[in-house]
Design a protein around this ligand. Structure first.
Ligand SMILES: Nc1ncnc2c1ncn2[C@@H]1O[C@H](COP(=O)(O)OP(=O)(O)OP(=O)(O)O)[C@@H](O)[C@H]1O
Ligand code: NI
Length: 269
């Protein structure tokens, strides 16, 4: 069992996000979406962020990338490599040190062949010989020359995942945040995507896997951070789940709701 190091690559403390909204009559309203998220991950480590829909997982990802909309206000600290980075500094790192592995095919341009899009990501990452780099990146993920000429809609869900992964890794990021990388994929593609994330972490990168699929998280994560209603409520290791050595009632409820664990969803836990 490893313990969290003193200065992990990513160290998020008390992250809070609220949105200012204008209602009819220009009345201003503030909606708090995140009210206290804590998460750390280090190189070589895969940390899963698990929570129900609306819990605030994607917002955390967008905050780390400095991509929150202009009506958002943020507090708390995001340390990267030991240094507190404000949102503009994080945005500067996005695509280089910090990469988002987006969920869906909509991230790709539907009218541009895949090869050209991967080449473009190599250019944006400042790689020399982007053509060669793009071909190697696709080859390296088992996507041959025929895929280069294809359009996103011609690819399977698993192939799209591999294209998005190739693009996300183009800038050789130290931190990869994967937001819901598996929904809609057939079981073998889910397994492949999870194994790929594990490999990415094992290549000395820090990985945050955002998912509401606790079972998937337990397959590959070193630690699981549980969030609910905009705050992190618990953190546990896969072994703690398997030993049913869980103290937080919500984490216990999530675990026991998994098929094979009793099917009990304790809604008021
Ligand atoms: N631009 C915005 N303005 C106001 N509220 C927002 C905005 N973006 C997100 N929220 C709110 O923040 C909360 C968290 O949203 P978020 O997308 O992070 O959830 P999630 O955990 O990723 O859910 P899912 O599993 O469905 O993707 C939601 O209640 C959402 O309505
Ligand atoms: Ni989300």
């Amino acid at each position: 069992m490893t313990t969290a190091p003193a200065t992990p690559l990513l160290d998020i403390r008390s992250l809070a996000v609220s949105f200012t909204q204008y209602e009819r009559g220009l009345r201003r309203r503030t909606v708090t979406a995140l009210s206290g998220m804590d998460l750390t991950t280090d190189r070589g480590e895969l940390v899963a962020l698990v929570g129900a829909s609306g819990a605030g997982k994607s917002l955390l990802a967008h905050a780390v990338l400095g991509m929150l909309p202009p009506n958002a206000a943020e507090s708390g600290t995001v340390r990267f490599d030991g240094v507190v980075l404000d949102p503009p500094a994080r945005r500067d790192r996005a695509g280089h040190d910090i990469a988002l592995l987006p969920q869906s095919v909509t991230f790709l341009d539907p009218v541009t062949p895949v090869g050209r899009q991967v080449r473009r990501s190599a250019e944006l990452a400042g790689r020399t010989s982007p053509d060669v780099v793009a071909r190697a990146a696709l080859d390296g993920r088992g996507l041959g020359p025929e895929v280069h000429r294809q359009y996103p809609h011609q690819l399977s869900g698993g192939q799209v995942r591999r294209v998005l992964t190739a693009m996300a890794l183009m800038g050789d990021p130290a931190l990869v945040i994967a937001d819901e990388p598996t929904p809609g994929l057939p079981p073998e593609a889910v397994r492949a995507a999870l194994a790929d994330l594990r490999r990415i972490a094992d290549q000395d990168r820090a990985v945050v896997l955002i998912t509401h699929d606790l079972a998937a998280a337990l397959e590959v994560a070193d630690r699981v951070v549980i969030c609910r209603h905009g705050r992190t409520v618990d953190e546990a290791r896969p072994a703690d789940f398997r030993a049913d050595d869980l103290t937080h009632p919500y984490t216990r409820a999530l675990w026991h709701a998994l098929p094979g664990n009793g099917f009990r969803l304790l809604e008021n836990a």
